[in-house]
Design a protein around this ligand. Structure first.
Ligand code: NZQ
Ligand code: ZN
Length: 392
């Protein structure tokens, strides 16, 4: 077990109707002039945005709004948001939506609180020294951005998708009403469940410092999401299943399931970020399309963890060699993805990549991770290309 820091400053307000408390929470955290940032319009259509602005009007809190954060949120809108905040003297950000709106808001927050080009942080050129305070009303259980220190932004030029992490961007509060996720298309619900599981699996398939308690939390979380994702396929309005998945989404990415380990593997995410950048796919679906190929490429170098996962999470038959059990676990995971209508390779994801495109993604990925990365197995550019090829 390794030493660790665990820092989760976000106040979670969870349950039915909790969005009605947004004005009180903004006041509690000192917000006086708000930028409400949202996505492509689902919060307008559902009436949530109107309810939020009505609540702020009643409380006498002034605000400006900026919509348009797309899945794989773009740098151009971040620049627009920064300008708007400076012009309007905004001192608090409220993201209403999913990971894309939240991440875009975090990037705007960095841009307002720091001089110079905000992309520098995502390009690993320098570190932020602050971020505007941020609150969240979450509408999709997926990224965990509502409690995480990360944000992922895509630069239009060169379609470069990069993440930046710092504690400054951890939201002050997160309002989580599982009912708000009931308007999601089934595909987005399933993509969210996939992403949640992957955030825990990235931390689980490691070769260092694993801790019994952390493993138990991780395995419990994975079993819970697996079970409730299947329930939501048949019964999307099931409140309890929505609630289980929503809370799992936050715990999967606030650091809890990584305490004591070596920081996690994260290569499936890095490879997906190339897919998301180039083909604009839904993040969860991109992860699932890569995971099986990644797992088969690395499992022999992380065999005890793959065996444990197969038995404790996928609950496979324990007969045979460790390798056989591990492969059975990988196959069971892929079968689970199929059962919730999530792709298990690039073809099923609808991508017909050329050799040049695969090579370009591997190259960009290697640059993005500084040459090589991974804990289950350290991967270089050649390995990344082999995984992309295998996922075709
Ligand atoms: O844009 P709108 O119109 O709101 O529609 C969204 C979008 O089309 C829709 N949606 C969200 N809530 C809804 C809804 N539709 C109906 N009813 C609702 N209640 O769902 C679609 C997906 O939304 P998005 O915010 O893009 O999804 P998600 O939360 O999965 O975010 C994905 C982004 O987050 C990044 C991903 O790479 C991707 O760019 N990630 C962020 C992380 C973080 N900050 O910690 C970690 C993750 O690993 C991930 O990389
Ligand atoms: Zn993710």
């Amino acid at each position: 077990m390794f030493d660790f820091n665990y820092f989760t400053p976000t106040k979670v307000v969870f349950g039915k109707g909790t969005e009605s408390r947004v004005a009180d929470l903004i006041k509690e955290f000192g917000g006086r002039k708000i930028l409400i940032h949202y996505g492509g319009g689902s919060v307008v259509r559902s009436g949530l945005l109107k309810r939020v602005t009505d609540t702020l009007d009643e409380a006498g809190i002034s605000y400006v709004t900026l919509g348009g954060a797309v899945p794989n949120p773009r740098l151009g809108l971040v620049y627009e948001g920064i300008e708007l905040c400076k012009k309007e003297n905004v001192d608090f950000l409220l993201a209403v939506g999913g990971g894309s709106a939240i991440d875009s808001a975090k990037a705007i927050g960095y841009g307002v609180a720091n001089e110079g080009d905000v992309w520098d942080f995502y390009d690993y050129k320098r570190k932020a020294t602050g971020c505007l305070p941020l609150g969240v009303i979450l509408t999709i259980a997926a990224t965990g951005s509502e409690m995480s220190d990360s944000s992922v932004i895509t630069k239009e030029e060169g379609l470069v998708k990069r993440g930046y992490s710092s504690d400054y961007s951890r939201p002050r509060f997160a309002i989580m009403n599982p009912e708000l996720t009931m308007t999601l298309p089934d595909y987005q619900t399933a993509c969210g469940c996939t992403d949640i599981m992957m955030h825990t699996m990235e931390r689980y398939f490691t070769n260092g410092g694993n801790m019994e308690l952390t493993d138990a939390l991780a395995e419990g979380l994975l079993r819970t999401v697996k079970k409730n994702a299947l329930i939501l396929c048949k019964d999307p309005k099931n409140y309890d299943a929505r609630a289980e998945v929503m809370w799992a989404g936050s715990l999967a990415h606030n650091g809890l399931t990584g305490c004591g380990n070596d920081g996690g593997d994260w290569m499936t995410h890095k490879l997906e970020h190339e897919l998301g950048g180039l083909y604009d796919v839904a993040h969860g679906a991109g992860l699932a399309a890569i995971w099986g190929s990644w797992a088969r490429f690395v499992y022999k170098d992380c065999l005890p963890r793959f065996k444990k996962f197969a038995i404790n999470v996928m609950e496979v038959d324990e007969s045979g060699s460790d390798e056989e059990i591990a492969i059975r676990g990988i196959e069971a995971m892929e079968e689970f993805y199929r059962s919730i209508n999530i792709p298990t390779n690039l073809r099923e994801l609808g991508i017909k990549a050329t050799d040049e495109e695969l090579a370009l993604m591997a190259k960009k990925c290697a640059i993005g991770v500084g040459g090589e990365m991974g804990s289950a197995k350290v991967l270089n550019e050649e390995d990344m290309l082999a995984i992309f090829r295998a996922s075709m």
